[in-house]
Design a protein around this ligand. Structure first.
Ligand SMILES: *[C@@H]1O[C@H](CO)[C@@H](O)[C@H](O)[C@H]1NC(C)=O
Ligand SMILES: *[C@@H]1O[C@H](CO)[C@@H](O)[C@H](O)[C@H]1NC(C)=O
Ligand SMILES: *[C@@H]1O[C@H](CO)[C@@H](O)[C@H](O)[C@H]1NC(C)=O
Ligand SMILES: *[C@@H]1O[C@H](CO)[C@@H](O)[C@H](O)[C@H]1NC(C)=O
Ligand SMILES: *[C@@H]1O[C@H](CO)[C@@H](O)[C@H](O)[C@H]1NC(C)=O
Ligand SMILES: *[C@@H]1O[C@H](CO)[C@@H](O)[C@H](O)[C@H]1NC(C)=O
Ligand SMILES: *[C@@H]1O[C@H](CO)[C@@H](O)[C@H](O)[C@H]1NC(C)=O
Length: 312
């Protein structure tokens, strides 16, 4: 009976104020609002507490509403943590009520990266591991992740949140690098700062987010430089080829330098002979030649002006 009253009240309240209430977790509710007017929300302390005389606190301060079901007024983006207590003050339950302004531009809580995305995902190889990261807005100090999921073909992937809460590491155990990847991974991230919620989505295939690690040099002798594919790259090489971009740059410039004195070359080999007798910087980076997506970061070696090998 109480449940029915609750449901009716809930729908009346929602109709009245043009907002909707979304249950994110049993204790976390998001009020989705389209403007900043105030709205009323029905809160429920818990099932097994019907007979108790219940009182409530909002963010630790006593409020006048009493009982298992209460109606609270939410002004603008001011949500709160509502706790319900026995008459002796003992905590029974809590409801964290966050406000989600659905038509506001996002960016108040996370900031965009250089590629204008809020969430960036990369994979170092075709093992099914990938990593997604984001940047918190500098001034948001009450930040938290409210919800995260990565789903492919209705299966939830195994993800762990990084210690600094600025990323997640996931594994798709069913991912098979030898067959065509037809369904995308759908990612949902809900973050909050204090009681305001922001929602982010990404959808991608592993093959589109692969970015090899940096290569490491194995041998540098005279002007011949050799390197290994990144240690984290998938093997065998015959199935997972890598191609390389090589640059020989006049000294003291970084690998991004372009100009007509730059020697630039693409190769599938893991060595290169620099053809210059002046001091130079040698740069190399790797890319999957089959998908031609992200390049690795550059690896570089500064070659000092070396001994004169011949007079010409
Ligand atoms: C809300 O209150 C409960 C109970 O005191 C507490 O466990 C929880 O951490 C609080 N959450 C936030 C976001 O303040
Ligand atoms: C998606 O899941 C269904 C049911 O679990 C399965 O039959 C199907 O083969 C899966 N598709 C792919 C592309 O993995
Ligand atoms: C999820 O990944 C973690 C860390 O890699 C691992 O310890 C755990 O067993 C995995 N859980 C499942 C259900 O596969
Ligand atoms: C995943 O995202 C794509 C593109 O946004 C969408 O078409 C698809 O329905 C989503 N799949 C699931 C299972 O949510
Ligand atoms: C693939 O990359 C993950 C990190 O994303 C790493 O843990 C794993 O060992 C790599 N696989 C291989 C074969 O090196
Ligand atoms: C080179 O350019 C890339 C991409 O614009 C940038 O991320 C990187 O920091 C630059 N490297 C240096 C050494 O300036
Ligand atoms: C490198 O290999 C790829 C395929 O693995 C091929 O398409 C490309 O033409 C090769 N490039 C060179 C410079 O040999």
């Amino acid at each position: 009976m109480n449940k029915i009253v609750f449901l009716i009240l809930q729908s009346v309240l929602q109709l009245a104020s043009n907002t909707s209430l979304r249950v994110i977790k049993p204790n976390v509710l998001a009020l989705e609002v389209t403007d900043l007017s105030s709205s009323e929300v029905l809160l429920h302390c818990g099932e097994q507490v019907e007979l108790e005389d219940i009182h409530w606190e909002r963010n630790g301060e006593s409020i006048s509403e009493r009982g298992n079901h209460i109606i609270v007024t939410i002004d603008g983006l001011r949500g709160g943590n509502f706790t319900c207590h026995k008459p002796n003050g003992e905590l029974l339950n809590y409801k964290l009520l966050v406000v989600h302004p659905v038509q506001f531009p996002r960016g108040g809580i996370l900031t965009q990266s250089d590629d204008r995305e809020f969430v960036t995902c990369t994979a170092k190889n075709y093992s099914g591991h990938f990593h997604c990261s984001w940047r918190w807005h500098r001034e948001r100090s009450q930040r938290a992740i409210v919800y995260f999921s990565a789903i492919r073909n209705s299966s939830v992937l195994n993800c762990t949140v990084d210690a600094d809460i600025s990323g997640v590491t996931c594994i798709d155990m069913h991912y098979c690098p030898y067959s065509e990847e037809s369904r995308s991974i759908n990612l949902t991230l809900l973050v909050r700062n204090l009681y305001r919620l922001e929602e982010h989505h990404r959808s991608f295939l592993i093959r589109d987010i692969v970015k090899p690690d940096k290569v490491t040099f194995s041998k540098i002798k005279d002007d011949v430089l050799e390197w290994h594919p990144p240690e984290t790259w998938s093997f065998p090489c015959s199935f997972f080829p890598l191609s390389y971009e090589v640059k020989v740059i006049p000294n003291n410039h970084n690998c991004n330098f372009t100009g007509n004195r730059v020697e630039q070359h693409e190769t599938n080999e893991t060595y290169y002979m620099a053809n210059t007798r002046k001091a130079y910087t040698f740069c190399v980076r790797a890319q999957d030649p089959l998908t031609k997506r992200a390049w690795s970061d550059w690896s570089h070696h500064h070659q000092k002006k070396h001994r004169h090998s011949s007079d010409q």
